[in-house]
Ligand binder design. Structure first.
Ligand code: IPM
Ligand code: MG
Length: 359
């Protein structure tokens, strides 16, 4: 059986971390006798420069014709002043909605070797944490009506963005989260701002309604401001979190720092088919692009998620995750993971090779 993987390198450190992940996939394919066929497509600023569009039709078609998609990162300061529809981020939104990927799953766990890298108090770190953030990805304020208009009150320009969720949208992301909680500790925290937002009140209603279908899962609501605090105060209280597009965006960056570095966190975006989009949660890091020092782990772990969720290759996925953990245990550190340690700083390629050795 052949697996067709679309590789979207994108901008900044994207090409470097995708090259690392490809090497790992090739090695694991050999080990488990699976054949991965890679096709590269342009995305983001790189695609804009080459074709005038951040998501060329050829890229979207290539992704639709693939079994799964692995993406590096998009964006960079040189494209900050482009009109909105040409900005590199538009490619992400068009891919997410074009491929129907409404559920974004971001696992946040503590690595034993990196306990010292967490900015949290040692007592909090000692309790450990293993959180899954389920972020709604194709609705809410990211996709709602927005624009500029004249304010009648102040006789000047004003801008607006709209948070809008339908029952169907909340239900389908809710189901993903409840199912995930069923397979884990059976605890689900739904995060909203129901004391202020009507869309959050509907969100809460629908989650409670769904909860009747999942009596084994204990559902708790939490307001987003409190959740931002609780993540740092006592991360161990969370297991599966479900939240809206924007709250999930913000909380997942916050949660990433609990692990020590955003360079560790993978993500998967899925819809109703097995075709997913897998990407590190970090951005294109233009400040270190091309220097060969980016941490490839988040992208390598994203590739592992692809093997597990899109292809059902559980042993291969586990072996990548074990190799990453073994490299970290052995003291391998890219620059973002140093945190005062005396370990020699590995380059992107060196870290990749340390992981390859342990596959
Ligand atoms: C993410 C990113 C994107 C988002 C940006 C690059 C538009 O922050 O995937 O979390 O906000 O969704
Ligand atoms: Mg983000």
């Amino acid at each position: 059986m052949e697996y067709r993987i679309a590789l979207l390198k994108g901008d900044g450190i994207g090409p470097e971390v995708i090259d690392s992940a490809r090497r790992i996939l090739e090695a694991v394919g050999e080990k488990y006798d699976r054949h991965f066929q890679f096709s590269e497509y342009l995305v983001g600023g790189a695609a804009y420069v080459a074709t005038g569009a951040p998501l060329p039709q050829e890229t979207l078609n290539g992704c639709l014709a693939s079994d799964s998609v692995l993406l590096g990162a998009v964006g960079g300061p040189q494209w900050d002043n482009l009109p909105v529809h040409l900005r590199p981020e538009q490619a992400l939104f068009a891919l997410r909605s074009g491929l129907g990927l409404y559920s974004n799953v971001r696992p946040v766990r503590m690595y034993r070797a990196l306990k010292g890298a967490s900015p949290l108090h040692p007592d909090i770190v000692a309790a450990g944490f293993n959180i899954i953030i389920v972020r709604e990805l194709t609705g809410g304020i990211y996709f709602g009506e927005r624009g500029r208009r004249t304010s009648h009150l102040y006789d000047s320009e004003e801008a607006f963005d709209t948070e809008c969720y339908s029952v169907a949208e909340i239900e389908r992301i809710g189901r993903v989260a409840f199912e995930m909680a069923l397979g884990r500790s059976k605890r689900l925290t739904s995060i909203d701002k129901a004391n202020v937002l009507e869309s959050s009140r509907l969100w809460r209603e629908v989650m409670h309604h769904l909860s009747a279908e999942y009596p084994q899962v204990e559902l708790a609501d939490m307001l987003v401001d409190n959740a931002a605090m609780q993540l740092i105060r006592k991360p161990a209280q969370f297991d599966v979190i479900v939240t809206s597009n924007m709250f999930g965006d913000i909380l997942s960056d916050e949660a990433s720092q609990l692990t020590g570095s955003i360079g560790l966190l993978p993500s998967s975006s899925l819809g109703n088919t097995t075709r997913g989009l897998y990407e590190p949660i970090h951005g294109s890091a233009p400040d270190i692009a091309g220097l060969g020092i980016a941490n490839p782990i988040a992208t390598i772990l994203s590739a592992a998620l692809m093997l597990r969720h899109s292809f059902g290759l559980l042993a291969a996925a586990n072996s990548i995750e074990a190799a990453v953990e073994a490299a970290l245990d052995a003291g391998c550190r890219t620059r973002d993971l140093l945190m005062g340690s005396q370990a020699p700083t590995l380059s992107t390629t060196e870290m990749t090779e340390e992981i390859l050795k342990r596959l």
